[in-house]
Design a protein around this ligand. Structure first.
Ligand code: NAP
Length: 352
């Protein structure tokens, strides 16, 4: 049981990120002081949305310069904090050097952040933004799980440096966080494992892979059809709520799958079509798996990925997040509509 004193500041790593933006908003709206750890506090363009949030809320924000790859980088930001949200980690499926671009910042970054936490005399709880990618690697892996439904008990055992390296980076980082946590007794660890996060950003300049995926869905680049690929999806505002509850629910414990619904890309496209069918170019059919397999390299996909992920149902158990954190998930239609409204307003599909 950990009670957090709300008069103390709260650190958020990667505060300029898509998911972090909504966590910061929630904290500020609750009147808290946020220590926003960002790579470049002088990048006005990037931090102006956070400053605007602070200006219209009861809370306060202070910026600190920190980099996942620099030792002791988070020492200043963590000062006087009882609660830390560690969200920073590169999220990309298009990297040239997975070790350097994904694994090192995720793993070394987790070590560096938790090292600063260990040095602090005040931190009582760390909430880590992991991913469902640390629970499950390939969709086909579900065939080996009881009832074919992944739970918080499962760990990704199929990703590697060469196969799904982003998922591998999240698995290594979460395992390392648990290892570091077990070696001390000053702070406890609560983990959030979201599925694909969608919904509007607090800044329209979203860099997350979530944005790039949805942009591809509406810009015509997949107009021939989409792979029969099922995925869990959750609203970014519900993910932020889950982090907040994980931070401030004294009895919160362990991992939490945060997922609203499981959908195929075609089902997501159908949701967009209802309101924005005239503004974006959407898919109307699913491509046969063999076509996707053959075309994979030209679409930037690995054939092994297609073999192990296309054409399988995808199911995870989100009951713990509902029962223990009290999350009420928004319908996906709302998430997708709000996301596409923002993307269209910001010209994301102007070349479509
Ligand atoms: P994002 O907008 O790209 O955020 C990533 C954040 O990590 C950015 O704030 C970025 O800082 C920071 N970062 C990257 N490398 C860093 C470094 N070397 N030093 C310091 N900060 C660094 O992506 P996101 O979707 O919000 O992802 C946030 C977290 O959610 C990640 O841990 C991700 O794995 C997790 N997650 C995301 C999804 C999803 O679907 N979006 C699903 C499950 C889990 P800059 O702003 O300076 O670039």
């Amino acid at each position: 049981m950990v009670e957090i004193d709300k008069s103390k500041p709260v650190m958020v790593t990667g505060a300029t990120g898509y998911v972090a933006g909504w966590i910061v908003k929630k904290l500020l709206d609750e009147g808290l002081t946020v220590h926003a750890a960002v790579r470049n506090p002088n990048n006005e363009e990037k931090i102006k949305y956070l400053k605007l949030l602070a200006a219209s809320s009861k809370g306060q924000i202070k910026f600190f310069k920190a980099d996942l790859l620099e030792k002791s980088s988070y020492d200043d930001a963590v000062k006087n904090c009882e609660l830390v949200f560690h969200t920073a980690s590169p999220f990309s499926n298009r990297v040239k050097d997975p070790q350097k671009e994904l694994i090192d910042p995720a793993l070394e970054g987790t070590r560096n952040v938790l090292d600063s936490v260990n040095k602090s005399e005040t931190v009582k709880r760390v909430v880590l933004t992991s991913s469902v990618a640390a629970i499950m690697g390939d969709t086909k892996d579900l065939l080996d799980i009881p009832n074919r439904i992944a739970t918080e008990e499962n760990w990704n055992i199929s990703s590697s440096l060469t196969h799904q390296p982003y998922s591998y980076s999240k698995t290594l980082a979460e395992k390392e966080a648990w290892n570091i946590n077990e070696k001390q007794n000053k702070w406890d660890l609560v983990v959030i494992n979201p599925t694909l996060v969608l919904g509007p950003g607090i800044s329209p300049a979203i860099t997350s892979e979530s944005y790039k995926l949805m942009q591809q869905l509406g810009d015509g680049s997949m107009k021939m059809g989409v792979p029969d690929f099922q995925i869990g999806v959750v609203d970014v505002r519900d993910v932020a709520e889950a982090h907040y509850k994980a931070g401030f629910t004294p009895e919160a414990k362990g991992r939490h799958i945060v997922n609203a619904e499981s959908k195929t890309f075609l089902q997501i496209a159908d949701l967009v079509r209802k309101n924005y069918g005239d503004k974006v170019i959407l898919q109307t059919k699913t491509l046969p798996k063999w076509v996707v397999w053959l075309a994979a390299p030209t679409a930037g996909l690995k054939r092994k990925f297609v073999t192990k992920n296309v054409g399988y149902p995808w199911t995870v158990d989100n009951r713990k997040s509902i029962e223990k954190l009290g999350i009420e998930y928004r319908p996906l239609e709302v998430t997708v509509n709000d996301f596409f409204e923002q993307m269209i307003d910001n010209g994301a599909f102007e070349k479509a």
